[in-house]
Design a protein around this ligand. Structure first.
Ligand SMILES: NC(=O)c1ccc[n+]([C@@H]2O[C@H](COP(=O)([O-])OP(=O)(O)OC[C@H]3O[C@@H](n4cnc5c(N)ncnc54)[C@H](O)[C@@H]3O)[C@@H](O)[C@H]2O)c1
Length: 314
């Protein structure tokens, strides 16, 4: 049995589907706080879905029964929200990770693959970011992700639980929710351009990101579940290529055949200026490739939009 926490979320639901397609027995644990049941609609009868809260140790222990690998993606995943409600972010992201590790220790000692984040680097000026840089978290969210990694490393060291932390950079792809106040740029842009609304750009738009398609992130998780000699390690998961927010917008607009007229708002608290990954450690140790180009990833994302939008010819 494989467990995906946060399995009803954007990335988690892609991972669940891929595992099911590969014939694995899959359990998903989610409280549907930001994830949605419809994200799992097409695999619903084929997985064991546990509705519950990561903060509840008994729930996590129950979900861990007979589990060989746990992909721990369940979290409050927003920098902005972590300033608004830091208690919840820290309780879920740190307390939840601790519950996963303790349940792993008490059960069949599954490997734990943690979803961490490039946010741990903060505004360190070095580029590209390598895993050996000293982290500099600039938000409660980043602190929670770094604490999760460090808990994983300690559980490997102290109890021999095999843990692997994956620092995702900016993930995008189908089913990423544009509706939330805390949504990421790509789904928001796509929604705005499709509906003829003004996309909002924070700051001047020249900030750059290493956008990684969700299929590459799923691939990294699968590799991290089985790679030898990686216990306790941390890996960047990205593409090694940077794209500016302005470039994202103009590429998307030209692909959709519309004009990109953004409205600029002040840069957000805790946001970093440039973010680019060195992915050679993941390449070497996991065999990870991260080779879906931004243009290809965007194409897959646009192609997977709900048919009513595609039918509108946009
Ligand atoms: N999307 C990105 O660009 C990105 C970048 C870096 C790291 N990450 C990490 O990847 C993981 C998945 O993020 P996502 O983008 O798919 O976000 P998401 O919000 O779609 O997924 C998070 C899931 O966790 C669930 N969850 C939240 N609190 C819970 C709780 N207390 N108990 C049980 N389930 C709970 C949510 O309902 C949701 O389904 C997160 O750990 C996030 O920090 C994401």
């Amino acid at each position: 049995m494989l467990l995906v926490t946060g399995g009803a979320g954007f990335i988690g639901s892609h991972l669940v589907r891929r595992l099911v397609d590969e014939g694995a027995a899959v359990r998903a644990l989610d409280d549907f706080s930001s994830g949605k049941p419809e994200n799992l609609a097409d695999v619903r009868g084929r997985i064991d879905l546990v509705e519950g809260d990561l903060r509840d140790e008994a729930t996590v222990r129950r979900a861990m029964r007979d589990v060989r690998v746990v992909f721990h993606l369940g979290a409050v995943p927003s920098v902005t929200r972590s300033f608004v409600d830091p208690h919840t972010t820290l309780d879920v992201n740190i307390g939840g990770t601790l519950n996963v590790l303790r349940a792993a220790q008490a059960s069949g000692r599954p490997r734990v693959v943690l979803a961490s984040s490039a946010a741990v680097y903060g505004d360190r000026p070095e580029s590209p970011k390598t895993e050996t840089l000293t982290p500099n978290p600039l938000s409660p969210y980043a602190i929670s992700k770094l604490a999760g990694e460090q808990l994983c490393a300690v559980w490997t060291e102290a109890y021999g639980i095999e843990t692997v932390s994956l620092r995702y950079f900016n993930v995008f792809g189908p089913r990423q929710d544009p509706a939330s106040h805390y949504a990421a740029a790509i789904p928001k842009f796509l929604q705005a351009l499709t509906e003829g609304a003004e996309p909002v750009v924070y700051g001047d738009g020249e900030q750059t990101r290493d956008f990684v398609h969700v299929d590459d992130v799923v691939d990294a998780n699968l590799r991290a579940a089985t790679a030898p000699s990686v216990a306790g390690r941390v890996f960047n998961i990205a593409t090694g290529r940077a794209v500016s927010v302005n470039a994202v917008l103009s590429l998307m607009a030209s692909r959709l055949g519309v004009a990109a007229r953004p409205r600029h708002e002040p840069a957000r608290a805790g946001e970093v200026r440039h973010s680019l990954a060195d992915i050679s450690a993941a390449r070497d140790a996991l065999g990870y490739r991260g080779d879906i180009s931004f243009a290809e990833g965007l194409e897959r994302t646009i192609a997977a939009r709900p048919s009513r939008l595609a039918a509108a010819g946009r």
